[in-house]
Ligand binder design. Structure first.
Ligand code: KE4
Length: 430
C-alpha cells in the first residue's frame, strides 16, 4: 500500500472551519467523527466521482446522502439549473415549474394526489406531522427507534424506560413535553406497535417504509400492510417518510413496490436533484387543510424555488424504467461482490441491499431493527471506511447510513470497489 493520500489542504480548511462552524461542518455526519477521522473537504464532483481539495479522487457511494441518483453534475441537470438561473433565482411567487414538479410527483407516487413543496426533508416531515395532528385532533405520534425524519423537536426523542415508551429528549433543547408526545417502538415489532396503540391514541404512525437511518433494514414481510391496518383500526394517519426511498427504490417509491398507500407521504433528496427541495403529499381532503386553502399554517420563502424545481424535474426525467433496471443491477452486483469479499476476508459482515440502497453491517446477519444494528462493531466499520478512503472510495461515514448507488456508477466502479473492499477488509479484520 503506498503512503496514502495527502489531506493537507483539508486539514488547513478544517482548522479554519472549526473557528467558524460548529464542529467545522454544517451537518454533523459530515464531520466523519463516526469513523474516527477528520472531514475531507470536497472540491468537485462528476458522475460517480469526487475530487477533494487536495486533488484526491474517490468513487463516491455517498452521493450527497441520496439526491444525486443521476450522479454529480449530470449535464441535463446542470443545463436546466443554468437556464433557470439566467431567468432569475427566486421570485416568491408561483411559477410553472412548481406546477410541473407537483404533477410529476402525483404521476409517480400512489399516495400523492396533491403536493406542497418545501425546502428540506425536516420541514416536510414537520409540516406533515402538523397536518396529521390537525386532521385527527390528536397530538401523539408513533415512530420507530433508529428511524430519522429530520431534526424536528418532537422527533429528536429516544426510547424512555416505559413499555410502549413515551420518548425522552434525544438532544438538549428539545422540550420534554414534545418528546413525551412521541411513542417509540422497535422496527418490525408488531407486538410493540399493538401495545403502543392500545395505550396511546396517536395522530400518526410515522415510518420510513424502507428505513435507511439505522443502516438499510427492509420491513419484514407483511409489516407495512400491518401498519396500514393498524392505522385504519385506530384512526391514526399512516405517514411514510420517503425522503430517501422516494423515486429511488422504484419509480413510485417503497409505497409503490409494497402496494401500501399511506395517508401522507414525505419526499426529499431526489425531488430536488441536489438542490434544496422536499415535499409532503396526500389526498385533497387532507392537503386542502393547509393554508391558504385551509387553516393549517405552513410557509417558506424558497419553497418551490425555480432552481431546485428545475434540478428536480431534470432528474426525475432521467428516471425511466431502464434507469431502475440499471440501478437495480448495479446495486445487486455491488452487494454480491461485497458479500463475497467479506466471506473471503472472514469479516463479520452482513450486506443488506435493494435497488438504490445498501448497507454493510459489521456484524453477522440478520439485522431487522436498530437494536440489531447497534450491535455492529463500530470500530471495525470505522477502520474499514478509513481504509477505503485511503484507496479512493468515499463511503457514507456512519454505520447507521446507507450507500447510494447512482446511474453514474459503472460496472468498472463496482469492480474496483469490490477489489478495494477485499483488500481493506483483510487489512482491518482482526
Ligand atoms: P433534511 O432536512 O436533511 O433535508 O432531511 C431530513 C430527513 C428526513 N427523512 C429521512 C428519511 C432522512 O434520511 C433525512 C435526512 N437524511 C440524512 C442522512 N440519512 C441527511 C444527511 C445529514 O443529516 O447531513
Amino acid at each position: 500500500m503506498s503512503a496514502g493520500p495527502s489531506w493537507a489542504r483539508s486539514q488547513e480548511l478544517y482548522a479554519r472551519a472549526l473557528d467558524l462552524l460548529p464542529g467545522g461542518v454544517n451537518s454533523p455526519v459530515r464531520g466523519m467523527g463516526a469513523i474516527g477521522r477528520d472531514p475531507i473537504f470536497i472540491a468537485e464532483g462528476s458522475g460517480a466521482e469526487l475530487v477533494d481539495v487536495d486533488g484526491n479522487r474517490y468513487v463516491d457511494w455517498m452521493c450527497s446522502w441520496g439526491p444525486l441518483i443521476a450522479g454529480h453534475a449530470h449535464p441535463a441537470v446542470v443545463e436546466a439549473v443554468t437556464a433557470a438561473a439566467a431567468r432569475g433565482t427566486s421570485f416568491g411567487a408561483p411559477t410553472e415549474a412548481e406546477v410541473d414538479l407537483a404533477a410529476e410527483v402525483v404521476d409517480r407516487v400512489p399516495g400523492a394526489e396533491m403536493v406542497r413543496l418545501v425546502s428540506s426533508g425536516t420541514e416536510a416531515t414537520m409540516s406533515a406531522i402538523r397536518l396529521a395532528r390537525a386532521a385527527t385532533g390528536r397530538e401523539k405520534l408513533l415512530k420507530f427507534t433508529g428511524a430519522y425524519h429530520g431534526h424536528v423537536d418532537g422527533l429528536l426523542a429516544q426510547a424512555g424506560s416505559g413499555l410502549a415508551t413515551a420518548g425522552v429528549p434525544a438532544s438538549p433543547g428539545v422540550p420534554a413535553a414534545q418528546a413525551a408526545a412521541t411513542i417509540l417502538v422497535p422496527w418490525n415489532d408488531r407486538g410493540a406497535v399493538e401495545r403502543a396503540l392500545a395505550e396511546h391514541d396517536v395522530a400518526a404512525i410515522l415510518a420510513e417504509p424502507y428505513p435507511a437511518n439505522m443502516g438499510f433494514v427492509m420491513p419484514a414481510a407483511g409489516f407495512l400492510p400491518f401498519l396500514r391496518r393498524e392505522a385504519d383500526r385506530t384512526g391514526a394517519l399512516l405517514v411514510f417518510d420517503e425522503v430517501i426511498s422516494g423515486f429511488r427504490v422504484a419509480r413510485g417509491g417503497a409505497q409503490e413496490r409494497e402496494a401500501v398507500t399511506p395517508d401522507l407521504t414525505v419526499l426529499g433528496k431526489v425531488i430536488g436533484g441536489g438542490l434544496p427541495a422536499a415535499a409532503y403529499a396526500g389526498p385533497p381532503e387532507l392537503m386542502n387543510l393547509i393554508a391558504p386553502a385551509g387553516e393549517v399554517y405552513q410557509a417558506g420563502t424558497l419553497a418551490g424555488n425555480p432552481l431546485a424545481t428545475a434540478a428536480g424535474l431534470a432528474t426525475l426525467e432521467l428516471l425511466d424504467a431502464a434507469a431502475y433496471e440499471r440501478l437495480g443491477a448495479v446495486s445487486r452486483t455491488l452487494a454480491e461482490g461485497l458479500h463475497l469479499a467479506a466471506r473471503e476476508a472472514g469479516a463479520p459482515v452482513h450486506v443488506a441491499w435493494t435497488t438504490g440502497l445498501l448497507t454493510v453491517f459489521f456484524r453477522e446477519g440478520p439485522v431487522a431493527s436498530y437494536e440489531d444494528a447497534r450491535a455492529c462493531e463500530l470500530d471495525l466499520h470505522g477502520a474499514f471506511c478509513r481504509a477505503m478512503l485511503a484507496r479512493g472510495f468515499y463511503l457514507p461515514p456512519s454505520q447507521f447510513e446507507a450507500w447510494f448507488p447512482s446511474l453514474a456508477h459503472t460496472d468498472e466502479h463496482v469492480e474496483r470497489t469490490v477489489t478495494a473492499a477485499r483488500e481493506a477488509l483483510a487489512e482491518v479484520s482482526p
